[in-house]
Design a protein around this ligand. Structure first.
Ligand SMILES: [Mn+2]
Length: 341
């Protein structure tokens, strides 16, 4: 949109990806979004899913207001279409691909926000939507783990070839749908999956490689990751993302947990959320805590691999210096497909 006053009238498009088991936590993200929305704007919320029951859809849709619509979009066919094109299959759960269908499936939007369901939206999300991100592919916030854990930072630099300060967290991204369609970001992703299997952060690593130098860096307030206090002014929180270790519905001491529990009583699933909080055992909490340590081990293993992503890319580059990195992937993938056929 060329002029600002016109773009302000655009509906604020917000996408979540969710499964049936997670609906109760999504409801808290929605409650908080609605509580902080402006009465003067229109919000079009879409929940991408494959298995959410009609009953749960009705419960969530009852939360819609005059200016906030909530639609459920079953994307099973779209995801299978993507999986069918992947040269390498069955590595990830289908939900990994949710955010990749948005630009191509929803052509009515030039821009859309994708947010994980493990979030609390404590400021008006329209303010995020209105940020002009130019012709970048997406806007996102730096990843807190990569920024603060040395081995994770070494991993993104040495294996992905991305500078740690530019490596973003993909739990909240503002997607420039127009650019995604124009540059076929989905196609680039499919090619890259054929070239290399990123095991550490999966879709987040792929997005960081594809969108290298094409990312608009956002203020940390739009993805306040619950890892640790990270220089974010507590009066300036925008979207809280319970992205690491224990979630607030399991651990009352989780950072920013008070925001989740502020909005949870307004959710139609409050009883279920409380039951989940009461259900978790200390053993289960311990095993959830251990997930972080596993990621650290994987970072080191990837750094040590002789045939890691950077090694493969630079090997090809030395052999054929005139061919672009992208073209190399296309060639490689077409060869893999040929062999498989
Ligand atoms: Mn998340």
């Amino acid at each position: 949109m060329p002029n600002n006053s016109k773009s302000k009238k655009q509906p604020v498009a917000v996408f979540f990806g969710c499964d049936n088991k997670y609906v109760k936590f999504l409801s808290v993200a929605l409650v908080s979004l609605i509580a902080n929305a402006s009465a003067r704007r229109h919000y079009e919320i879409h929940v991408l899913h494959t298995d959410i029951t009609e009953e749960n859809q009705r419960t969530i849709q009852a939360m819609a207001t005059e200016n906030i619509s909530i639609a459920f979009d079953n994307v099973e066919a779209d995801l299978h279409h993507i999986v069918d094109q992947l040269p390498v299959r069955d590595y990830y759960s289908l939900s990994t691909y949710f955010r990749f269908v948005i630009a191509d499936k929803f052509k009515q939007y030039d821009k859309a926000i994708y947010v994980d369901s493990d979030t609390a939206i404590v400021a008006d999300i329209a303010k995020l939507f209105d940020i002009n991100i130019g012709n970048k592919y997406l806007a996102a916030v730096q990843d807190a783990v990569v920024a603060t854990v040395p081995v994770a930072s070494a991993y993104v630099q040495k294996v992905l070839g991305v500078r740690p300060e530019y490596y973003f967290n993909a739990g909240m991204i503002v997607i420039n749908c127009k650019q995604w369609r124009e540059h076929d970001v989905l196609g680039q992703f499919i090619q890259l999956v054929g070239f290399y299997n990123f095991v550490v952060a999966q879709d987040q690593d792929y997005l960081n490689v594809i969108c290298k130098n094409k990312t608009y860096p956002l203020s940390k307030r739009w993805n306040c990751q619950s890892l640790k206090l990270w220089g974010i002014n507590p009066n300036d929180l925008g979207i809280i993302h319970y992205n690491f270790g224990l979630k607030p519905w399991h651990d009352i001491n989780c950072l920013y947990s008070e925001y989740f529990w502020k909005y949870a009583p307004l959710s139609p699933y409050f009883m279920e959320i409380k039951a989940e909080f009461a259900r978790i055992t200390p053993e289960e909490m311990e095993s959830k805590r251990a997930v972080g340590a596993k990621v650290i081990t994987m970072c080191q293993e990837e750094i040590d691999r002789k045939d890691n992503f950077m090694a493969l890319v630079s090997k090809k580059r030395t052999a054929q210096p005139l061919i672009s990195q992208h073209q190399e992937m296309v060639d490689l993938v077409s060869r893999i497909r040929y062999v498989n056929a």
